[in-house]
Unconditional design. Structure first.
Length: 169
């Protein structure tokens, strides 16, 4: 399998994304330098740079970081890296949360017919390989407090602020 990657700078920092023939399977949150962004998505894989192949990803994420309401319409590959069915269910439900809205971990658990699995939902979101595209930053505790975020709570706060997101119960 040949993977293609790109990296680009936004006003928030460097982002990198990588895709298989089936779709994008990893993306970074903004990083301070290009090398660390590329290393995070390639992780020793044999991948080649291909700006044209990932132009839609670059354009969409660049616009997102300009506070534009965007739709992520490019294909994703959630089967490549051996994720569990539960993780994929959580991520697919999370991807349905509209721009500018927050939902609770319990909402996700209920949405995937796993009531009471809010903690497991949080763990699945912590393994999300596609932050922003699968907007795990839009998932908060049932009282509206932030909960956790694999990129650090400062990023979760920044992304929520960027979207002017509000909690919908």
């Amino acid at each position: 399998m040949t993977s293609k990657f790109t990296s680009f700078n936004t006003e928030y920092g460097w982002i990198a994304a990588i895709k298989s023939p089936a779709g994008v399977f990893r993306v970074t949150l903004p990083r301070p330098d290009e090398r660390s962004a590329i290393d995070a998505v390639t992780r020793g894989m044999n991948a080649s740079r291909d700006e044209a192949e990932l132009e839609d990803v670059k354009r969409t994420l660049t616009n997102y970081f300009k506070s534009e309401h965007v739709e992520f319409s490019f294909p994703l590959d959630l089967k490549l890296e051996g994720h569990t069915d539960f993780q994929r269910d959580v991520w697919e439900a999370t991807a349905e949360i509209p721009y500018g809205q927050l939902r609770s971990y319990g909402w996700i658990a209920d949405h995937i017919s796993r009531p009471g699995a809010a903690r497991a939902v949080g763990q699945a979101l912590g393994a999300n390989p596609l932050p922003i595209i699968i907007p795990c930053h839009r998932v908060v505790r049932s009282d509206g407090s932030l909960g956790g975020f694999s990129g650090g709570l400062h990023w979760k706060e920044r992304l929520i602020e960027l979207e002017h997101a509000v909690f919908v119960t």
